[in-house]
Design a protein around this ligand. Structure first.
Ligand code: PMP
Ligand code: GLU
Length: 397
């Protein structure tokens, strides 16, 4: 806390995912052999056909400021993608391209929330939803779920959390951190509650859309006619195309919201990077089958990590159906002393793993679930095997 800084930033938490990744990087630079399973970052390289499009954009002399809401050609590619993959129909004025889905979410919070507006967050939720809402004046309202319900919110729990101040709900499916995937029927049941409260805007974060192991495809809230006008669909290229550092995210939603986000972005960052936008056109125009090799790898790594977790006592986990995280409940260890370290909560447990197993994970507290830790399996099989071996050794010897 620094008195010269604004209350806004003093009251904000540091992103736990990024903080843990930075800590792991620091320890690695100091010579420690840390295995990083903290960051949700695919370990693949960018597909060659996408790289080629970026190189071409440089050679074609793309260099200028871009339209604030994105190149027209990229918006067209996004419109085609939404239609092809999600059955959603948008016009160019309903699309905004941003510097990562994180900026898309921040724009939405800034343009939709007034001081004291409540934001429903089915927990566990992605770490930044809470602070992105708070910094915009919103009040996060966590809705508890639990491992028994596969960490999915029920219509009853959703309705019970709604008040006259509720303005927004944000969720991800597939979910970071739990890996849960809402089926079309489950989303419909939530929509049946939400249609009764027309003031609530739903932010559907679908950035893990392609990393879905259910075999039943992906369901979008905006595909329901009665939700279309008040749902914003958020997506990006970070996860499916292994392009986290290229920083492109986008939204499709009501025109009045898109217009407000463009206004906000125009004063804060301007349009997204020109080379990355050109590469994204090529990425999105390609058939999603071109990236299935990554999804297949995540599927077998999921099987591997779930198997290995079973060999460690006290790791209770659901079977994640999407994304690339496992979210075990580690409360079995709370109140125990391990290698002289008292484990009171998930943060202590995650720290224990860092110090005694040299494995970086993220505490579930950051995601609104204090009993769990998040382990990313967007890592090589060799790293996953070694990390789980180290964890088992640290916890059992
Ligand atoms: N939503 C979720 C659920 C995420 O896991 C992430 C992490 N990258 C983001 C949004 C932000 O993605 P981006 O890299 O596009 O900013
Ligand atoms: N979304 C990723 C994660 O949850 C990347 C880190 C971040 O953007 O916070 O690990």
């Amino acid at each position: 806390m620094n008195q010269h800084l604004s209350d806004r930033v003093n009251n904000m938490a540091t992103s736990a995912t990024l903080a843990m990744a930075a800590k792991a990087r620091e320890l690695r630079e100091a010579g420690k052999d840390i295995i990083g399973l903290s960051l949700g970052e695919p370990d693949f390289t960018v597909p060659d056909f996408v790289k080629a499009a970026a190189i071409k954009a440089i050679e074609d002399d793309y260099h200028s400021y871009t339209p604030v809401d994105g190149y027209g050609a990229l918006k067209q590619a996004i419109i085609t993608k939404f239609k092809r993959d999600n059955g959603l129909t948008y016009s160019p004025r309903q699309i905004v391209v941003s510097t990562g889905a994180k900026q898309t979410l921040a724009n939405l919070a800034q343009v939709l929330l007034n001081e004291g507006d409540e934001v429903l967050l089915p927990a566990p939720y992605w770490v930044s939803y809470s602070d992105i809402s708070k910094v915009a004046g919103g009040v996060p309202v966590e809705i508890e779920t639990g491992i028994e319900s596969d960490f999915k919110v029920t219509p009853q729990a959703l309705e019970a959390a709604i008040t006259p101040k509720t303005k927004m709900m944000i969720y991800s499916s597939p979910c970071n951190p739990s890996g849960s995937v809402y089926s079309e029927e489950e989303l419909r049941a939530l929509a049946d509650v939400l249609v009764k409260y027309p003031n609530i805007i739903v932010i559907s974060d679908e950035i893990y859309e392609h990393i879905n192991f259910t075999g039943q495809g992906h369901a979008s809230m905006a595909a329901f006619d009665d939700m279309y006008d008040r749902t914003v669909t958020v997506n990006g290229i970070s996860k499916a195309y292994a392009m986290t550092g290229w920083r492109i995210g986008y939204m499709g939603g009501p025109e009045w919201i898109a217009k407000a986000c463009t206004k906000m972005q125009g004063q804060v960052t301007s349009g997204a990077n020109c080379i990355a936008q050109q590469a994204t056109i090529t990425a999105l125009e390609a058939s999603p089958s071109k990236i299935h090799y990554m999804v297949d790898a995540f599927r077998s790594r999921r099987a591997l990590i779930l198997d290995l977790l079973q060999e460690i006592p006290g790791m209770k986990t659901n079977e994640p159906e999407g994304a690339f995280y496992v979210f075990p409940d580690v409360s079995y260890y709370f109140g125990k002393t391990l290698k002289g370290m008292m484990i009171n909560n998930a943060s202590d447990f995650s720290l224990f793993l860092l110090e005694h197993a040299a494995v970086a994970t993220v505490t579930g507290e950051a995601f609104g679930d204090p009993n769990c830790i998040r382990i990313s399996y967007a890592a090589s099989e060799a790293d996953i095997k070694e990390a789980l071996k180290r964890m088992k050794n640290a916890l059992t010897t």
